[in-house]
Design a protein. Structure first.
Length: 351
């Protein structure tokens, strides 16, 4: 457990893995494995599977993909680990308590290290009941908390909730994806006030990635001042152009250590947010978020299509042109050269 916490606190890029579907909607195991190979070779410190980007519908009986996808990805990550690329495996966990505990048990069986716990299904619950729910799941698997923005199904949670959450022993991290500065501060302050220096903070705020990573968050006064940083990111945005994301995080860590932030990085923060707006389709309430991620990987030849299990979940009008625009404008974000050099090997590697 301490090794897991230490590695998370050191900081890493954790992409949220998409689902590889053929144009007809069938699952492509070959491309699923290729995407995981890509993340491993790109230097990602971990991979999150069974999360929003992987499509929550994989749990539906008509698809029956939750266990097969988790197993294939776990096996591929384990293969990379055996070759010296030690990675943390994060499994998405959702639903009410019985379902969440069952998913945590499945993840444990497949060797996942952490459960990223969505609370989107608990909108009618009291915060006290949600804390109790989290505690039950944490008895099965180390838990990564998840503050998901309401625009895509999350719920608003108070400082008091996060203060209680931070008191659960088996919490190892929190992904903050509130897309809201006030609520982001609530979570960090709650963790600080709970005295939990061992809980790693990971940004999921795709609208402020670099800003989160560059900011020292300080609370208190005098000798009681405490500072916390975001250790890394667990992001759908980092499911694309991952090799560049890893390099970016490493550079930001060096910038932080030097205690001097070049103005260039403030500009890049805005540029990355602009790129994310195209990929995630913010203009249309994030309706094309998953297809946007898939489209980038399709263009690179890592996915066979941008298809989602729900055939109505497609790129929004104008989204393709927006992706074209940001890809051309921000070449520092794009890792096409890295992908071209390695893609055939990733697609052929069945280990």
């Amino acid at each position: 457990m301490n090794d897991l916490k230490d590695r998370l606190l050191e900081g890493m890029a954790i992409p949220a893995c998409p689902l590889a579907l053929e144009p007809n909607g069938t699952w492509s195991e070959r491309h699923q494995g290729a995407v995981v190979n890509y993340y491993c070779d790109a230097g990602a410190g971990g991979i999150a599977v069974g999360v929003h980007t992987t499509q929550f519908e994989i749990r539906e009986p008509r698809y029956g993909l939750f266990e097969p996808v988790l197993e294939l990805c776990a096996n591929r990550v384990e293969s990379a680990t055996q070759q010296g690329q030690v990675k943390i495996k994060v499994a998405g966990i959702c639903g009410e308590t019985a379902q969440a505990v069952r998913e945590a048990e499945i993840a444990t069986r497949f060797g996942y290290d952490v459960g990223l716990l969505s609370m989107a299904a608990l909108k009618s619950w009291s915060e006290e009941a949600i804390v109790a729910h989290c505690r039950e799941v944490a008895e099965v698997i180390p838990v990564f908390g998840f503050y998901l923005q309401p625009a895509v199904g999350g719920l608003d949670l108070s400082y008091d909730f996060w203060r209680g959450f931070a008191e659960i022993d088996n919490i190892v991290g929190i992904k903050i994806a509130a897309f809201n500065r006030y609520r982001t501060l609530d979570v960090i302050r709650a963790v600080v006030d709970a005295g939990r220096d061992d809980i790693a903070l990971y940004t999921g705020n795709d609208d402020h990635i670099i800003g989160d990573l560059l900011t020292p968050f300080r609370f208190g006064s005098g000798d009681a001042v405490k500072t916390r940083w975001f250790s890394g990111g667990l992001l759908g945005q980092w499911a694309v152009w991952t090799e560049r994301a890893v390099a970016m995080l490493e550079t930001i860590q060096r910038v932080r250590a030097a205690d001097a932030v070049p103005v260039e990085w403030l500009t890049r923060n805005a540029q990355l947010t602009d790129a994310n707006s195209a990929v995630f389709d913010s203009a249309n309430g994030f309706a094309g978020c998953i297809p946007g991620i898939n489209e980038i990987l399709r263009r690179q030849g890592l996915l066979p299509s941008s298809r989602c299990l729900n055939p109505d979940e497609v790129l929004s009008p104008g989204q393709t042109a927006e992706i074209d625009r940001v890809t051309a404008a921000y070449s520092w974000l794009v890792d096409d050269g890295f992908v071209v050099q390695n893609r055939d090997r990733w697609l052929q590697n069945d280990s």
